[in-house]
Design a protein around this ligand. Structure first.
Ligand code: ZN
Length: 251
């Protein structure tokens, strides 16, 4: 690390649990952030500010006026611009040392597998179940740790699936595909700072994973009620009959 980096990351380096070694691991790491909306905004901004080596931001949508209430990556003058492109402009301004890449299309299964394979940690910051399950399948197949976040109304959720571990559950163990979950995120309200809280927690878990600091929120689901500011954590286990990770492990 050069003098500029030692200064920039000095408040991390001062932390015993991170230190120079942990910061070097963060700098050597590649993060994939799928979704540049409410969750992806704070998640990618903290990853970039904290000096992750490479960050790929994926979003096929364009910024619109309704996004600006919570999607802090974007600005009023970038309405109409692709969200990954807009996000990269903000991230580059925060930390020009990060190698940034934007994927500006809706990604399919094949692309997700390649993107996950190239990443050390994957953050699911999307708002629909079809993409969530596709990201999970890619992480299971490529054995990449998945940091999953969700925020709707005043309700937030956070979970880590460290799929490098053979006994780890996957997203589909917890939320099987085809369950009665509707994609209501687009039509439901969302409390602006809730996306910030959950997205920042996703960045925290991702940084801990790559720096090898502390204990990740593995096999636990954190549920946050922002109205009562009540947080609880429930444990869950791998489902041996899971259609995604069970089949892979059997096959
Ligand atoms: Zn599973």
């Amino acid at each position: 690390m050069n003098d500029d980096e030692l200064l920039r990351y000095s408040r991390h380096i001062l932390l015993q649990e991170i230190g120079i070694e942990g910061q070097a691991r963060i700098r050597a790491a590649s993060a994939l952030v799928v979704g540049a909306g409410g969750l992806g905004s704070p998640a990618s901004m903290y990853l970039a500010a904290a000096g992750v080596g490479r960050l790929t931001l994926v979003d096929g949508d364009a910024v619109d006026l309704t996004n600006l209430q919570r999607q802090i990556l974007h600005t009023a003058e970038r309405i109409g611009v692709n969200k990954a492109t807009s996000g990269l402009a903000t991230l580059a301004a925060v930390n020009p040392q990060v190698q940034l890449a934007a994927v500006t299309e809706r990604v399919g299964e094949t692309e997700l597998h390649a993107l996950a394979a190239a990443a050390d940690v994957v953050l699911d910051c999307t708002d629909n179940f079809a993409t969530r399950h596709a990201v999970n399948r890619a992480c299971v197949a490529q054995r990449r740790p998945l940091v999953s976040g969700a925020a709707v109304r005043f309700d937030g959720q956070l979970a880590v699936f460290d799929l490098r571990q053979p006994r780890s559950a996957c997203y589909a163990c917890l939320f099987p595909e085809g369950d009665a979950q509707d994609d209501l995120c687009a039509v439901m309200g969302v409390f602006a700072p809730l996306t910030g809280i959950v997205g920042a927690m996703q960045a925290a878990e991702a940084l801990k994973l790559v720096a090898r600091a502390g204990a990740p929120l593995n096999d636990r689901l954190m549920i946050l009620d922002a109205l009562g500011m009540d947080v609880r954590t429930v444990r869950f286990e791998r489902d041996p009959g899971c259609a995604v990770c069970g089949a892979l492990r059997r096959g």
